[in-house]
Design a protein around this ligand. Sequence first.
Ligand code: PBG
Length: 325
Amino acid sequence: MNFPSVRPRRTRQSHPWRRMVRETRLSPDQLIYPLFVVPGADVRHPVTSMPGISQLSVDEAVKESRMAEQAGLPAVLLFAAPAHKDERARAALDPHGLAAEAIRAIKETCPRLLVWADVCLCGATDHGHCGHVLPGGVIDNDSSVQTLAQVALNYARAGADAVAPSDMMDGRVAAIRRLLDRDGFAMTPIVSYAAKYASAFYGPFREAAESAPAFGDRRSYQMDPANGREALREVLLDVEEGADLVMVKPAGPYLDIIRQVRDAVRVPVVAYQVSGEFSLIKAAAERGWIDERAAVMETLTGIHRAGADLIITYYAPQVARWLGA
Ligand code: PBG
């Protein structure tokens, strides 16, 4: 059979038809909302390059978490920008450091909201790199992995429901798993930023997280945007090391990677719609060049259709409300 008897438009001709045959559905259950925590109290400092997003003191992060929970979201992803930065990332290792205090405060107020803690050194180091730096500017993988595991343990002790290493050092998932298991946190999942690309789309985030590298760039540890097979290698290694969920980041420019990863592993796949992806839509919408709501729903639908089970997005509360309306 062929045209004129075959007509794909038949099931597209009205809203009820389109509703019934829709293949991809977004739900607030799939969305995770990132938060940026800074020192102080009563602080809501707007991030210029991310309209609607602010750096929040712990008390305000608690309020924002309550809002996220009320919007129907299951989880937030926490980033901290502590005041004190040094070459050892001591603020991230401190049981009373900014991130640990924020985790504790949010869990106290919103016990049913999952708190995923981003585990990295870049927000707490004076040089802004994701690992320790040797003289000459080389990133020391193996000592970084030891520190990252200690940071993860610190956040697990503070009550984090998951730890999410975003540093891209080799072997960190296994090291984190080993330390968590040894210290009584066998049930704390690891969300691994497994395929994280050296992307131009992190620009606005680095303002929000105050984590831009003081010298050089991140290309010796984050992936080359040109590489797809290497992403699968990274993901499979992390699963072998014990990752409970794996992430592809950024999301929009890497839909092919998301699909390949979804087909290659059995753990949940997370995609991160990063700051630059958010800011592009915002900027165009502010100029009236694009329909913000339609554009956001289309990007998230595309990311989900490509194979992402879960999506981290700065639009999460807004989308949850749109879906509920
Ligand atoms: C740092 C980190 C980055 C993001 C999450 N964790 C930026 C970077 O690698 O420089 C980016 C998130 C975003 O752009 O929204 N470990």
